[in-house]
Design a protein around this ligand. Structure first.
Ligand SMILES: [Ca+2]
Ligand SMILES: [Ca+2]
Length: 149
């Protein structure tokens, strides 16, 4: 028989088990998500494929704390943000459109007429750290998996 406390305990155990497995694989826990910072470089799509194979996706920035967290690795890192229309409508990998943004100085700019449809963290020292860049470039990446009880 399960009572309320029993269910809580089962949920907690499942949470710790899942979280523990990811941490053993090198993921880190921050606030309510698990993150994986890559040590190799891939295109935006290849990076996303990697994250999805791990039951996660490229990182979505929901808060200022999360934005600060993503800058601390000092690597050029893909975000889960790209343009999927001709009108440059920036869209997160969960389908939501961009509201609060952290574009770097002069970004997004489609530098030298290039089609820059994906977003990376480039200006680590600035809170406004984002840059648009061609999706075919090779970057490090950051996966995020929500991990709440
Ligand atoms: Ca997030
Ligand atoms: Ca740019």
């Amino acid at each position: 028989m399960k009572n309320y406390d029993g269910n809580c305990e089962i949920n907690l155990r499942a949470f710790l088990l899942t979280t523990g497995q990811y941490i053993q694989l090198g993921w880190v826990y921050f606030h309510t998500s698990l993150y994986y910072i890559s040590s190799t470089k891939k295109t935006w799509q290849e990076s996303r494929d990697f994250c999805q194979q791990q039951g996660a996706d490229l990182v979505i920035i929901n808060t200022k704390e999360e934005q600060d967290f993503t800058r601390q690795f000092y690597r050029l890192t893909w975000l889960g943000l790209r343009n999927i229309t001709k009108r440059r409508r920036w869209t997160w990998v969960d389908g939501t459109t961009l509201t609060k943004s952290y574009w770097g100085p002069g970004e997004p700019n489609g530098f030298e007429g290039k089609i820059e449809n994906c977003v990376e963290i480039r200006f680590f020292d600035l809170e406004n750290s984002w840059n648009d860049i061609p999706c075919e470039e090779q970057n490090f990446w950051l996966c995020e998996k929500e991990a709440t009880l």
